[in-house]
Write a protein that binds this ligand. Structure first.
Ligand SMILES: [Zn+2]
Length: 409
C-alpha cells in the first residue's frame, strides 16, 4: 500500500503540542514517521503543505448531530419527523468532518439516531467522524427535555423527543439498561434546566435527587460514563458529589462543588461560545427573546464558574452544542478563541481542550488526540498558525486539508 507524505509544514506534536517542522508519513491509516528529512519512496503520494500548520483533528465533546437550522426547542422536536432528523444527522456528520472534527461525542438524540449514525459511519456507509453516542436525554416531568407545555399531548410525555421521561429511581435505572441494549456509549442526564427551555430555567432542578442518585448508581454498576447537564448550583453539586464523568454547562459552580469536582476527577464541558453567542448576539441569530434574556442573565456567572474550574485544575473540554442557523455545526471551534478571551487560557491550553483533553475523556488517547508516531492519522492542516490565529479554525478558507484515518476527506 502506498504511503502519504505531508511535506513542508509545522506539526504540533504530542500532548504538549510541540512544534516540529518537516514532514509526516502516513502508512496504513497511521502516522509512521515525523521528521525534518523523510526519505520518500517512488510510489509515495506527496502533499506539499506550503509552510502550513498541522494540528490533531479537532474533537467536539458536546455535539448533537440531529441539530440543524435550530432556533428553539420546536425546531428540534415537533418541526421534524424522526426520518428528517435522521437525514439531518447524516448531513451533519459529513459537515463536521469536513470542518475538521474527526471525533465527536453525541450527547443527546431522538429515537436512537446517535447510535445508528455511529454504526453507519463505522460501516463506511456514510462519511463522518468517530462518534461516541449517548441516547435520548434522561429527564423528568417538567425537567430539561420536557419541552412541551402541559396542554400538549394531554399531559402525556412526547415519545419522539430529545429526552426520555423517567419518574422515580426504577424508571431511571431501567432507561439506562434499555439504552445500553440499544448501543449507547454514554448516558446523558438532565439534572437541571436550561435557558434554552423556558419551561425549566437554569436554576431549576429537573430531576429529584433520588432519581439522579439512581442514574449515577446504575451507570456506575453497568460501567457506563455519565454526562450530566447541570446548571443550577444544587445540580452541579450533586453531579460532582456522585462523580459524573462530565458536567455539561456548569453555570453555578461554587466552592463546595468545585472541591467535589477536583476530588472526583470531574471534567467540565462548558459550551461557553454558544451560550455567549446567545447572550451577546442572540437576537441577530434569530433566537427568541425569552431564550436570549435567560442567557444574558447567566452569562457572567457562567464565565466566572469556568474560570474557577480552570484555575482549580479541572479538565475542560470544548463542546459546541451547535446546529443553529447562525451557529452551525462546526462552530465548536469558537470555544478555543472564547477560552483565550474570556477564561484567560493560553492558546496552547485552549487548543488542548478541543483535542487531547477530549481524547483523554473518551478513553481514546492511545489511538487519537495527538500527533505521534503510531497514532491514527486524524489531522487538520491550516494555512496559518492556530496558536496565533485561533479564528482560522472556523474559516474554511484557511483550511488546507482534513485527514481522517489517513484519508483526505
Ligand atoms: Zn446540548
Amino acid at each position: 500500500m502506498s504511503r502519504t507524505v505531508l511535506n513542508n509544514a509545522t506539526f504540533y506534536v504530542g500532548e504538549e503540542l510541540s512544534p516540529r517542522t518537516g514532514s509526516l508519513v502516513v502508512e496504513n491509516e497511521s502516522i509512521s514517521e515525523i521528521g525534518e528529512f523523510v526519505e520518500s519512496r517512488p510510489d509515495d503520494v506527496i502533499i506539499d503543505l506550503q509552510g502550513g500548520y498541522v494540528m490533531p483533528g479537532m474533537m467536539d465533546a458536546h455535539c448533537h448531530l440531529i441539530y440543524r437550522d435550530v432556533a428553539d426547542p420546536y425546531d428540534i422536536e415537533l418541526r421534524k419527523s424522526i426520518p428528517e432528523a435522521t437525514l439531518d444527522a447524516v448531513v451533519n456528520a459529513s459537515v463536521v468532518l469536513k470542518a475538521g472534527f474527526t471525533t465527536v461525542r453525541d450527547v443527546g438524540s431522538r429515537g436512537n439516531i446517535g447510535v445508528e449514525i455511529r454504526n453507519a459511519v463505522s460501516r463506511g456507509d456514510v462519511p463522518g467522524p468517530n462518534i461516541h453516542p449517548a441516547g435520548q436525554i434522561l429527564s423528568g416531568p417538567g425537567g430539561l427535555a420536557d419541552f412541551q407545555p402541559s396542554h400538549i399531548f394531554e399531559n402525556r410525555p412526547y415519545q419522539h423527543g430529545l429526552g426520555v421521561q423517567v419518574v422515580g429511581p426504577d424508571q431511571a435505572r431501567a432507561a439506562i439498561r434499555k439504552q445500553l441494549k440499544d448501543g449507547v456509549e454514554w448516558i446523558k442526564v438532565g439534572v437541571s434546566g436550561t435557558g434554552f427551555n423556558p419551561l425549566c430555567p437554569a436554576e431549576r432542578n429537573g430531576l429529584s435527587e433520588i432519581e439522579f442518585a439512581a442514574v449515577m448508581s446504575e451507570a456506575k454498576y453497568q460501567g457506563v460514563p455519565v454526562a450530566a447537564h447541570a446548571e443550577s448550583a444544587a445540580s452541579v453539586r450533586a453531579a460532582a458529589f456522585y462523580g459524573a464523568q462530565t458536567i455539561e454547562h456548569g453555570i453555578y459552580i461554587d466552592d463546595e462543588s468545585l472541591e467535589l469536582m477536583v476530588a472526583n476527577n470531574v471534567t467540565l464541558s462548558p459550551t461557553l461560545s454558544m451560550y455567549r453567542a446567545f447572550a451577546i448576539r442572540g437576537s441577530s441569530m434569530g433566537i427568541p427573546s425569552v431564550i436570549v434574556d435567560e442567557h444574558k442573565r447567566t452569562h457572567e456567572r457562567h464565565a466566572q464558574s469556568i474560570r474557577m474550574a480552570f484555575e482549580a485544575g479541572v479538565p475542560i473540554v470544548a463542546g459546541g452544542d451547535a446546529g443553529l442557523t447562525h451557529f452551525p455545526q462546526g462552530y465548536c471551534a469558537e470555544e478555543v478563541e472564547s477560552y483565550i478571551e474570556v477564561i484567560g487560557m493560553t492558546p496552547r491550553q485552549a487548543l488542548s481542550t478541543i483535542t487531547v483533553n477530549i481524547a483523554r475523556l473518551l478513553g481514546v488517547i492511545d489511538t487519537v488526540g495527538t500527533i505521534d508516531v503510531g497514532k491514527r492519522a486524524d489531522l487538520l492542516a491550516l494555512r496559518v498558525d492556530p496558536l496565533v490565529s485561533p479564528k482560522a479554525l472556523l474559516d474554511p478558507k484557511q483550511k488546507i486539508l482534513v485527514m481522517h484515518d489517513g484519508v483526505v476527506v
